[in-house]
Ligand binder design. Structure first.
Ligand code: NDP
Length: 454
């Protein structure tokens, strides 16, 4: 049976493609396994050139890929363009890493011990629908740079740029079988990759619930796992901050990608003495957000990914919910949901505790630094967060105390190609991007070489 891929802004069918199942997953693993010995044997400078060539080929297709991603994921075209730029940069960055997979020499008696970073073999990458090709590239680039071959399973809702990537990689000279894309359901195709005995590692981004299932499945064959899971990140605003800057930036840290962002700073914690001033500035921004056609250059927020996601998000804003600010959303077809701010809202409310993955933010007041930190850490998650204050010592004190992997001070941006990304607590295991990612696609081998005479 074919897979019908929808355009969330119109609900129209964008493409129909063959739906991969267990058989296709097995065939892809077999191709990746067959391609592995030759790919890992390519001399490092040559593998670096191939990845550089792939970055160039992706750059040449950047605009087409951006339009495809904007249509399939329902994201504003400007955002999609930015994401495709990051895809290109990620391949450039890891092309440079191929020749820097350094080992150590360790002084020991009777000879020398040296370490090598060896590739793992066939790696399965399972990715979500919110940043389809960008998140895939965070995994693909270091994985290939390290000498592994891959099977990528994109989300069924957004498989189109991944399939395009497979074609571009082949055209750019990446040998056949090194990159394999299977577009099928997680429950069959994805689950098969997790249990497959020839898969050495699974790198996954998605919900904490599925991440837990993947960790359990991977344990049967002691596969390595990297898990990038959910978040419920705090945006801490102290009264001594540049309040206008903090309030004007806060909506974009939740409503970007229509809130479908694991880093969304969806718990806005504001010092009580600054609450009124903060809310006034925030409301102006929220009411002015331009929600509409992803392909319109003026659009700032698109629809949600699916009718199901819209129903889930809507359940956090029932009738009578304390809506403090609300933007607009188009009528008619499309999975639209207006940007919504809830306040006052109790810290025990579902909307405060669960990852909503939609354009809904909660504002919660705090009295002092100790309470701010306690509220920030009162969650099973620990992915991301922001701290706004003009007091430098406080900024660092709080940054060290917040249990999260990726923080920003007086800014809401903390994801960059060259810096590590990943979560504390139930937000995941392992790190992507930056210099750390290569470690997660290699094993350390220690070789002792005796230099004794005779
Ligand atoms: P999922 O975690 O279900 O999906 C992520 C990926 O995992 C998809 O490719 C999916 O395949 C696949 N998958 C699903 N089940 C399995 C399985 N048993 N074995 C192997 N792979 C599997 O996310 P959803 O799309 O269902 O979104 C649900 C919620 O998850 C969101 O509302 C949000 O809260 C959270 N989420 C978080 C993300 C993040 O970046 N942290 C990203 C996406 C979602 P397929 O969808 O094709 O069936």
């Amino acid at each position: 049976m074919n897979l019908r891929v929808l355009e969330p802004a119109t609900e129209a069918v964008l493409a129909e493609i063959p739906r991969a199942g267990v058989e296709e997953a097995d065939a892809a693993v077999a191709r990746a396994k067959a391609a592995y010995p030759a790919w890992r044997a390519i001399a490092p400078p040559d593998r670096a050139k191939l990845l550089d060539g792939l970055a160039l080929a992706l750059a040449a297709k950047q605009q087409e890929l951006a339009v495809l991603e904007a249509r399939n994921a329902g994201k504003p075209i400007g955002d999609a363009r930015g994401e495709m730029g990051m895809v290109v940069d990620t391949f450039r960055y890891y092309a440079g890493a191929v020749e820097r997979a350094l080992g150590d020499t360790i002084p020991v008696s009777g000879g020398v011990a040296m370490t090598f970073r060896e590739p793992l073999g066939v790696v399965a990458l399972i990715t979500p629908w919110n940043f389809p090709l960008a998140i895939a590239s965070w995994k693909l680039a270091p994985c290939l740079a390290a000498g592994n071959t891959v099977v990528l399973k994109p989300a069924e809702l957004t498989p189109l740029t991944a399939l395009e990537f497979e074609r571009i990689a082949l055209e750019a000279g990446i040998p056949e079988g090194v990159v394999n894309v299977v577009a099928g359901p997680g429950s069959t195709c994805g689950a098969r990759l997790v249990e497959h005995p020839d898969v050495a590692k699974v790198a996954f981004t998605g919900s904490t619930e599925v991440g837990r299932r993947i960790a359990t499945g991977a344990a049967q064959t002691i596969k390595r796992v990297t898990l990038e899971l959910g978040g419920k990140s705090p945006n801490l605003v102290f009264a001594d901050a540049d309040l206008r800057a903090a309030a004007e930036a806060a909506p974009w840290a939740v409503f970007g990608n229509a809130g479908q962002d694991c880093c969304a700073r969806s718990r806005i914690l504001v010092q009580d003495t600054a609450l009124d001033e903060f809310m006034a500035a925030l409301t102006d921004v929220v009411e002015g957000i331009r929600v509409g056609d992803p392909l319109d250059e003026a659009t700032q927020m698109g629809p949600l990914i699916s009718a199901e996601q819209r129903a889930t998000v809507g359940s956090y804003v029932p009738d009578g919910a304390p809506v403090a600010a609300r933007g607009s959303a188009p009528a008619g077809p499309g999975f639209w949901f207006p940007p919504t701010v809830l306040a006052p809202v109790d810290a025990s409310d579902r909307a405060v505790r669960e990852e909503i993955f939609g354009p809904v933010a909660c504002v919660i007041p705090f009295r002092d630094e100790a309470e701010a930190i306690a509220l920030a850490n009162d969650t099973i998650y620990g992915l991301s967060g922001s701290i706004w204050t003009r007091d430098g010592a406080r900024a660092l004190r709080v940054a060290r105390a917040v249990e999260a992997g990726v923080l920003s001070i007086n800014s809401n941006t903390s994801v960059r190609v060259s810096t590590p990304f990943g979560g504390f607590k139930q937000s995941g295991v392992g790190r992507e991007l930056g210099p750390d990612a290569l470690d997660y696609y290699t094993e350390v081998k220690n070789v002792y070489f005796s230099t004794e005479d005779g």
